[in-house]
Design a binder for this molecule. Sequence first.
Ligand code: MGD
Ligand code: MGD
Ligand code: SF4
Ligand code: MO
Length: 727
Amino acid sequence: MRCNPTRRTFLKGTAATAVLAAGGACSLGAWQREQAEAAGALTSGPSLCNGCSSKCGLVATTRDGRLWTVEGMEEHPYSKGTLCGRGHGTAQWAYSDGRLTQPMKRVEDGSFAPISWDDAFAEIGAKVQEIVAEAGPEALAIIQDPRPSGKYYSKRFMNALGSANVYTHAAACNLSKESGIEQATGAQNFSVDFANTKMVVFIGRSYGDAIRPSSVKSLAGAAAKGARVVIVDPRLNNTGVFATDWVPIKPGTDIALLLGIANVLVTRDLYDHEFVEQHAVGFPEFAAQVADYTPEWAEGICDVPAATIEELAESLAAAAPACAIEPSWRAAFGCAYQNSFETARCVCAVNALLGSWGQKGGALLTSSPKAGDLDPAKFPKVPAPASPRLGDEEYPLALSGTGTNLAVLNGCNDGAIQGVFFYNSNAVQGYAQPAKWREALAKAKLVVTIDVQMSETALESDYVLPECTVLERLELPEFIGGKKHYVALRTPVLERIHPETKPCDEIFAGLAEACGVGQYFPFTVEELADAQLASVGTSLDEVREAGIVELTDPEFAYGVPTFKTPTEKFQFTSEKVGTAGLNPVIGYVGRLVEPAEGEFFLVGGKQGIHSHTMTMNLEALNAISREYGLERLWMATSDAESLGIADGDTVEVESSEATGQVTVKVTERLKPGVLFLPTHYGSTSPYLTRAQGLGINMMDFVPLHLEPKVGSVMSQEVAVKVRKVEG
Ligand SMILES: Nc1nc2c(c(=O)[nH]1)N[C@H]1C(S)=C(S)[C@@H](COP(=O)(O)OP(=O)(O)OC[C@H]3O[C@@H](n4cnc5c(=O)[nH]c(N)nc54)[C@H](O)[C@@H]3O)O[C@H]1N2
Ligand SMILES: Nc1nc2c(c(=O)[nH]1)N[C@H]1C(S)=C(S)[C@@H](COP(=O)(O)OP(=O)(O)OC[C@H]3O[C@@H](n4cnc5c(=O)[nH]c(N)nc54)[C@H](O)[C@@H]3O)O[C@H]1N2
Ligand code: SF4
Ligand SMILES: [Mo]
């Protein structure tokens, strides 16, 4: 494979200082560097942020070995020269006072005591072997939030033990969305060609809050060129600054809006005949079904006026094919409702009617690179586990290769799972109701968490193993797809600060050895990274130096893509969906929980400066939350008036599952009848001293019920009451 490295050189030591300091007199960066120059030597190196799964490229500069600045890497396609607030905030991990600095073991009275690595490995190994002997390897599972090394090592470790039970956070993130897109297109996701688009409709996806720098830049570019940007959201989110329209909608009913648009496109003959006839299966069945989904029908469900639905459909048709419904990510239909999977299929169907698949300005399916085969003598193949992954049978539509981590929760309850590992995952606080996770994990014989701080999940564990933080470790290469292909690398830019912490690769190799499967880990992370990189035509040295390397050009071209479905066409109807027992033809599914009189919908969402639960205890980010009261619950002005609630009042929120108190933010930016809760708050771990007790955790309020056949957590199938707390 040909490789075309991006020629970036990281100037080291004092030479860099002089060059950088001369770079510009007016910027803050230049000023900081001048200060640094005065104080000591600067060294810069490339790495990847761990603030969220985007893993943006960064350049870290140290001064006398201590982290001085982080900046977005220009050449990385996600950062494009910028890190978001979390990227800067999470750079504090290394020096955080909340870090785990040594392995911990839960002792008799329930508290945690230090234990040596050797003893921790030996005790965990003995317990794992006992579970395997008694219940088989299928009684073991691991849940991990995919990170470059973590996803490789955790899968290899579980598979080496003979278990196929490897899961990600997806059931609480984007499982339904990706599963739905897979059934329609054969791909797991798609992107909008912002550079050329005339109109884009966002269904509860907020680039302005749930940030990836490159997405914000591409949207800003499209808006500057005059593209129409429609936000469908019960809340006017921070993407509003780029938007032309805000369409407030009843939560969990986006599917009706989409089907109403489809109805107009079909019944007024505004759809792309060539696409549906040449490149799709099931259009006649879909068209017949869609005839019932009139804009008036849709209005009755989603509360968006029929005239708005008609106008959106007509404008999209006029812009077609240079337009698209954006694929969204989590809140609206990633894992939220009983109809999330079907909503994702509807998004794909509207894009199909518009003929926008693969077109300039439309919805693009691009490819991803991956490492080639490696020498089996050095990197021995792990035999495939004998039993299938737990949950795959009950949830056959869960994205192939991902599964639902809630099979682990259920498995702990019924005894099918007895040993659970967590890597870079705070499942207890975020993947379902925390009380249910606690109850389930208490039944397991062994729970091990690998983390950097004493998270809520760590608190429920028998052993907690401390990883060194992101800027202190080398990880496996990260392959990046899109119109161009890249490989990037997380390299250590800091010396290890706490000697009793270890990187992911060493932790898993140590665990494997202790569990009797060390023969599958006879290599170092450097050797594996180098072999993977050699398989795509580059090397560890080259990527270590450059941070990111562009791979062979996949020669992306516009035009109808090859759909990797069983029919090799776009699927308005899917046999697999029918076999699973659902309607094979894309159509309507309602939400499950409807608020009764006096109750509210509760929806959640991200804030620009936090990532899920993990950033809550970081000093700078926590301070921003406290200063601006970011943990507040949003309530519409008219609702606040009728309940006699004023901005800043404390209210009690009550669902069938929990009650909690929180301060209210009264706003015009919310549809009446809906409450919005930022999702990052409500930490309960006493070890996270800044985070503990700030705000409430939405997951506490949501009943534990899974989306049929998909297995997502249905994170917004909940109704709540609110009352003012007097005094
Ligand atoms: N700042 C920040 N950015 C992140 C992350 C983070 O933790 N913090 N995490 C990353 C990850 S892993 C993910 S999954 C993405 C999530 O990316 P998004 O899905 O964009 O993020 P959210 O903020 O959860 O939701 C976006 C919007 O959906 C709206 N919404 C809620 N319910 C509904 C509904 O029923 N219908 C409609 N139409 N809208 C609804 C919310 O009001 C919110 O404004 O963000 C990524 N980027
Ligand atoms: N309450 C709540 N629940 C949520 C969400 C939310 O915002 N709030 N978001 C949902 C979404 S979209 C997603 S994608 C998932 C995300 O769920 P997770 O991927 O589990 O993300 P976090 O909840 O932030 O927890 C990450 C854990 O990894 C640890 N960690 C951080 N850095 C490192 C490291 O370098 N090494 C190791 N080993 N551990 C590290 C953190 O301390 C934390 O305990 O959660 C979902 N559930
Ligand atoms: S989007 Fe922000 S937090 Fe996520 S990887 Fe990029 S800079 Fe880090
Ligand atoms: Mo996510």
